[in-house]
Ligand binder design. Structure first.
Ligand code: TRP
Length: 431
């Protein structure tokens, strides 16, 4: 059974480079093959609009990134692989979250704050050149995550604050409207190397020092020959520490191969020869992927189809979940029961299980409906886990689970209302 939901997005604003491959794509594709995870990967093209004002570049990048992930082995049958802008529920959820997010919280977001600080330092208006899109970035990102109730969000360190904000938004929403969202956690891959770029600084688009993942073989060789090294001559021993060339090699080679290169450094290998070794090692891993990539990129219709199928899968979750959220906040049909305007919407918008411990030391649960009416009351369980299991059974199997649980039920409310509430959990798949 798949227990953990893992979700991550890739902003479609550039061309994937070796740093993306080693830091994100390769480990993520590997992780997506684990049996116990249910993965969601998406192309964050709404996010791209915040930084990129060139339509052709957004489109091209979306194609390149999609082709890259598929070429690197992401299996769209196994994972949910989609494009953010194919899910209209995402911007809708963004608005719902916007309304439970303090403006002051967004003022403190790193990316926005950095822009303001820069403006202040330059003596400009604090918000000069800052779009509301940049300001709202963390809310859109929270909507991405919360829509699918992801547990784990693999991201780089620079994104941790965004995940914390998503958690806070989830908690605020849950507090106001009932338990709807899972609180997500950032999954930071500490052992994954940060690759140096051509100039030895971190490989990054903003430093213009990247090696694109899928350039033709000869171009890859040329780029590698351009990696910055020191001026030690052939025959002079070289140090591996701080050598970009060495770190790049290490990210692709086995421990034995890496040890061999370290020895070659000590023995005074010429930089040109070391670069040739790196090139061959890199190309050995990349060449088969490049072949698939080149085929994919020439068949955009196929990628489009794959993404549309992914969107269908994603919307099978997003559409009913959004309906439930709309209901929760009061965006409701007018011919459904109108609750008194004086009762707050708090926690009454959807049926909810409440788990608690009594003074007798035993663990209990109850189920209340959208109006706070008691539908089920359990007897005491010896452990919280046992109580939680009973709840999970009810949520997954609905009425079917009732018979088996009779011994643990002290009270059962109106059969119709109970049925409706249980249906709600089965339909929304919230566990
Ligand atoms: N902000 C992320 C980045 O730039 C991309 C992203 C958008 C994302 N939505 C997300 C990552 C949701 C994880 C989860 O790297």
């Amino acid at each position: 059974m798949k227990t953990q939901r893992v979700l991550t997005g890739i902003t479609t604003s550039g061309t994937p480079h070796l740093g993306n491959y080693v830091g994100a794509i390769r480990p993520t594709v590997r992780a997506s093959r684990l049996a116990e995870v249910e993965s969601f990967y998406f192309l964050a093209d709404y996010h791209a609009l915040i930084k990129v004002g060139e339509p052709a570049r957004v489109q091209r990048s979306t194609l390149e990134i999609a082709a890259t992930w598929l070429a690197c082995g992401l299996d769209p049958e196994r994972v949910t692989f989609y494009r953010q802008s194919d899910i209209p529920e995402i911007p809708e959820l963004t608005w719902l979250l916007t309304c439970v997010t303090g403006k002051g919280v967004l003022n403190r977001a790193h990316a926005y704050k950095a822009s303001v600080d820069k403006n202040n330092a330059a003596g400009e208006d604090p918000d000069a050149g800052v779009t509301a899109g940049l300001f709202m970035y963390p809310v859109l990102m929270a909507a991405d995550i919360l829509m699918f109730n992801a547990h784990q969000v693999p991201v780089g360190r620079d994104q941790i604050q965004h995940i914390e904000m998503a958690r806070d938004m989830a908690a605020s929403f849950n507090h106001l409207y009932g338990e709807h969202f899972t609180l997500p956690e950032a999954a930071i891959e500490d052992h994954v190397a940060t690759l140096p770029g051509l100039d030895g600084r971190k490989m990054s688009k903003s430093y213009d020092n990247t090696i694109p993942l899928f350039v033709p073989r000869e171009q890859l060789r040329k780029l590698i020959m351009g990696i910055l090294t020191d001026s030690r001559a052939p025959g002079e021993p070289k140090t591996t520490e701080g050598s970009a060339l060495f770190q790049l090699y290490q990210a692709f080679a086995s421990a034995d191969e890496t040890a061999a290169l370290a020895q070659a450094y000590a023995d005074g290998i010429a930089w040109g020869d070391a670069k040739q070794m790196l090139f061959e090692r890199l190309d050995h891993e990349i060449a088969p992927l490049r072949e698939v990539y080149d085929q994919l990129i020439q068949d955009p219709a196929r990628i489009e189809k794959t993404l549309k199928a992914g969107a269908d899968k994603a919307r099978a979750i997003a559409t009913p979940f959004t309906a439930r959220l709309r209901e929760a906040v009061g965006l409701r049909r007018l011919d459904s029961t109108v609750t008194s305007a004086t009762t707050r919407a708090t926690k009454t918008a959807a049926p909810a299980f409440k788990q608690y411990r009594e003074k007798d030391g035993l663990f209990y649960f109850k189920l209340v409906d959208a109006g706070g009416e008691l539908l089920l009351q359990s007897t005491g369980f010896a452990s919280g886990k046992a109580a939680a299991q009973a709840i999970a059974q009810l949520q997954q199997q609905g009425r079917e689970a009732l018979a088996g649980l009779q011994a643990h039920l002290a009270h059962q409310g109106d059969a119709g209302a109970l049925d409706q509430a249980l249906q709600h959990f089965m339909a929304t798949g919230k566990v």
